[in-house]
Design a protein around this ligand. Structure first.
Ligand code: CP3
Length: 344
């Protein structure tokens, strides 16, 4: 199968490309002046995500400025709870807030309104697609059920997701029922994104860290596999990247059991260990420390080289190990891209 001229799709089809394609998590964001300008006009963050014109514009901004190999849809993982009938809002300077949710009420979650509520997100993809250079890949995404559920149960971000873990142990049937509903809504959402032009789908499990194996299996592996199976059953064939951030040794089972085509690695992953536990030839994405990008200078060059060297023998997409921070000077991004593209 040929993937024309898109390096990122070649890597996800199992080719080793040198220099590797590169994009950055949260590449549309506050470190860009042009983003802050649109953000100031957009007002409410959720309304911004549901405004296809503005969302398409900020999706394209980092492509115009840096020529990344992929554009990632501008949206948020917390749009799914809205489609499930929950209230979500963002407090400036603090982050997301959700109305409290008792997992024993999981049957109240509505899964039949995904396409109507999240339709504007599909429209964003439809608008971005024709504006992209031929070699640039369009990535759609969603949060994984566990990560989304932690926000629903905690009512927002939390230090260690303790209440969500308590609920998972205390009410296993209700908790797993809730995860299945979130998974079904998410699968429908991802199918819609593929139909709207997404060429890759990424599942963000940002809070997969620190879970004992039985819980990891229940709340990370099973719901992720459910999503992948449903997306495939709907006839969608685009590659799926899974990002179980912080999963550590559990990356091994995640990579083998969920059905994802590639894994995104976090900053803490030792490449030699990852090589030993991941299936032969499975593409990886990652995993520069966002703090090294913020630091710049020789430290950034050395870390960039280490990541490039570590993955030279495997299909690799260069990225950060977590999102870019708002304080990163754009010159550091240019420095990173020069360093990567000098190789080859
Ligand atoms: O990567 C991209 O450029 C695409 C857009 C994107 C956003 N959020 C936009 C956003 C993506 C892929 C996300 C994913 C997301 N959202 C995750 C998973 C990835 C990760 O970083 O672990 C999570 C946990 C969220 C939830 C979320 N959204 C939080 C906790 C916050 C507040 C923290 C913050 O940075 O302000 C958001 C808000 C948000 N989502 C912003 C952006 C650009 C910043 C809000 C603003 O501009 O006012």
């Amino acid at each position: 199968m040929t993937h024309s001229n898109k390096p990122l799709l070649k890597v996800l089809a199992g080719e080793t490309v040198s220099p590797p394609p590169v994009w950055l998590m949260r590449q549309a964001g506050r470190y860009l002046a042009e983003y802050r300008e649109v953000r100031a006009r957009a007002g409410d963050f959720i309304k911004f995500c549901f405004s296809p014109d503005l969302a398409a514009e900020v999706t394209l901004q980092p492509i115009r400025r840096f020529g990344f190999d992929a554009a990632i849809l501008f949206a948020d993982i917390l749009l799914i709870p809205i489609a499930l009938g929950r209230k979500v809002w963002f407090v400036a300077g603090e982050g997301p807030r959700l109305e409290p949710f008792d997992v024993r009420q999981f049957e109240d979650l509505t899964t039949d309104t995904v396409r109507s509520v999240l339709g504007p997100v599909g429209e964003t993809l439809t608008r971005v697609k024709p504006e992209l250079p031929d070699e640039t890949t369009l990535i759609g995404f969603a949060g994984a059920p566990w990560t989304v559920a932690t926000y629903m149960v905690e009512g927002g971000g939390s230090k260690d997701r303790f209440s969500a873990r308590v609920a998972a142990w205390q009410h296993p049937e209700a908790f797993d029922g809730m995860l299945e509903r979130i998974a079904d809504a998410t699968a429908e959402y991802l199918v819609m994104q593929a139909e709207s032009g997404a060429e890759v789908l990424k599942i963000f499990d940002s809070w997969a860290e620190g879970l004992p194996e039985p819980l990891f299996e229940r709340v990370v592996i099973n719901p992720t596999k459910r999503i992948v199976d449903r997306v495939r059953a709907a006839g969608v064939t685009v590659p799926i990247i899974g990002f179980p951030r912080g999963a550590g040794s559990m990356y091994a089972r995640y990579a083998r059991e969920t059905g994802v085509n590639a894994v995104a690695l976090d900053t803490g992953m030792d490449p030699a260990y990852a090589q030993s536990i991941l299936p032969d030839g499975m593409p990886v994405q990652g995993h520069l420390d966002p703090a090294a990008l913020r630091a710049g200078g020789d430290a950034l060059d050395r870390e960039t080289d280490r990541i490039l060297d570590s993955w030279a023998g495997r299909p690799h997409i260069f990225n950060l190990g977590h999102g870019i921070t708002p304080d990163v000077p754009v010159d550091h991004v240019h420095q990173l891209l020069r360093r990567i593209r000098e190789r080859g």
